[in-house]
Design a protein around this ligand. Structure first.
Ligand SMILES: NC(=O)C1=CN([C@@H]2O[C@H](COP(=O)(O)OP(=O)(O)OC[C@H]3O[C@@H](n4cnc5c(N)ncnc54)[C@H](OP(=O)(O)O)[C@@H]3O)[C@@H](O)[C@H]2O)C=CC1
Ligand SMILES: Nc1c(N[C@@H]2O[C@H](COP(=O)(O)O)[C@@H](O)[C@H]2O)[nH]c(=O)[nH]c1=O
Length: 336
């Protein structure tokens, strides 16, 4: 996956509308969901909308919360992600996306096929892109098969008429459902199982509390039938925690699904460890996990030559490395 990871995000009514037919902007999300979306914005490198949304809503496309902006700055990022508007013609120069928050984020106006747009954004260093709409842009990215994750917040409203959320024939795989205030978040991923779960592990790595002396890693353990058995990320419960270690901590070691399960991890499991006596490789062997899929081979930074993957393979575990995801896995480790 050399292009940016694409998160498509929208709020819809129960009857599938993104807006009503009136000229006023309809905010479907409740305050809790708007805050959730703000947190998602803070976690990406760029936010993209179509010119129709700029004309209809006149958005600012900024991270609203000052603490989230400060956290981004502490990570060496700009206070708010790059703003991207798709258009084939000039935008209204008074549009807020061009005039408001210029000290917080730049704005690019781009055109072209979605693949070309993603290529251009990759050239700007964008690894994570959030597509916020509107209707035409969501449809275009979904039809091109360029959406990795879809987050739909369903608001308890029936709208009746207006622009609808539509896509193109594809199977979306449900990852999570969660009430967010009065709304319900539906989170889906696309692609084959390895692509979906490795991308999910890379997203979990973004949740790690920051550290200058340890990697930020995400991990998902999935049974053969697709059931998520456990998830983890570095420093989840304790400052010394590794992602694989905390995921396996949540599992019953006698669970008969473990030998058929796959562990997806953004970084090669550690084969040497300074902080605790048991390595993640040993935890995986003790749990009898049959298959490990990893994005990024551990560079020899904190320990000597890492040997986690080799030890797993020598013990009969199937190890698959997906270097296309290495850049995404490195993103929360960029201070290194
Ligand atoms: N509920 C929600 O979460 C959201 C709702 N919305 C709603 O969606 C509606 C807007 O949707 P819609 O009208 O479909 O407009 P869009 O925001 O999808 O923008 C479509 C426009 O974007 C430009 N565009 C799209 N793709 C390309 C491309 N590949 N290259 C160049 N330009 C491109 C074109 O503009 P041009 O004509 O300039 O070339 C096109 O007309 C509004 O009602 C808004 O409120 C929007 C976002 C989120
Ligand atoms: N209406 C709607 C959304 N609309 C999106 O939010 C943009 C406005 O952002 P801002 O300028 O920061 O206020 C708007 O243009 C559109 O992309 N988003 C949601 O999560 N839920 C909603 O109900």
């Amino acid at each position: 996956m050399k292009r940016p990871h694409v998160l498509a995000s929208a709020a819809v009514s129960v009857d599938g509308f993104l807006d009503d037919a009136s000229p006023r902007r309809l905010v479907l999300s409740g305050p809790a969901d708007l805050d959730r979306v703000d947190a998602e914005r803070a976690g990406v490198d760029a936010i993209l909308v179509g010119a129709g949304t700029v004309r209809a809503d006149d958005p600012r496309l900024l991270v609203r919360d000052a603490d989230r902006r400060a956290e981004r700055v502490a990570k060496g990022l700009g206070p708010s992600p790059l703003r991207v508007v798709l258009s084939s013609r000039a935008l209204d120069p008074a549009a807020r996306v061009l005039t408001v928050g210029r000290d917080l984020a730049d704005t690019l106006v781009l055109g072209g096929a979605p693949e070309e747009v993603l290529g251009e954004l990759a050239g700007h260093g964008v690894l994570r892109l959030m597509v916020e709409g509107g209707a035409a842009v969501h449809r275009e990215f979904l039809a091109a098969g360029l959406v990795d994750e879809l987050q739909l917040a369903v608001a308890p409203r029936l709208v009746g008429d207006g622009p609808r959320f539509t896509g193109a024939p594809a199977t979306a795989h449900l990852v999570e459902t969660r009430p967010v205030g009065p709304d319900v978040l539906l989170r889906y991923r696309f692609g084959d199982a390895d692509a979906r779960w490795l991308a999910e592990a890379c997203s979990l790595a973004e949740r790690c509390p920051p550290s200058r002396s340890a990697f930020s890693v995400g991990c998902v353990v999935v049974a053969a039938d697709g059931t998520v058995l456990a998830t983890g990320h570095s420093r989840r419960d304790d400052v010394l925690d590794h992602a694989e270690e905390v995921a396996l901590r949540d599992l019953d070691r006698d669970d008969p699904r473990l030998p058929g399960a796959t562990m997806y991890t953004s970084l090669e499991p550690c084969g040497q460890r300074a902080s605790r006596p048991v390595t993640c490789t040993q935890h995986i062997l003790d749990a009898r996990i049959g298959r490990v899929v990893m994005a990024w081979r551990e560079p020899p930074l904190f320990v000597g030559t890492p040997s986690g993957a080799a030890r797993l393979e020598a013990a009969g575990v199937e190890v698959v490395e997906c270097p296309d995801y290495a850049e995404l896995a490195r993103r929360p480790n960029q201070h290194r």
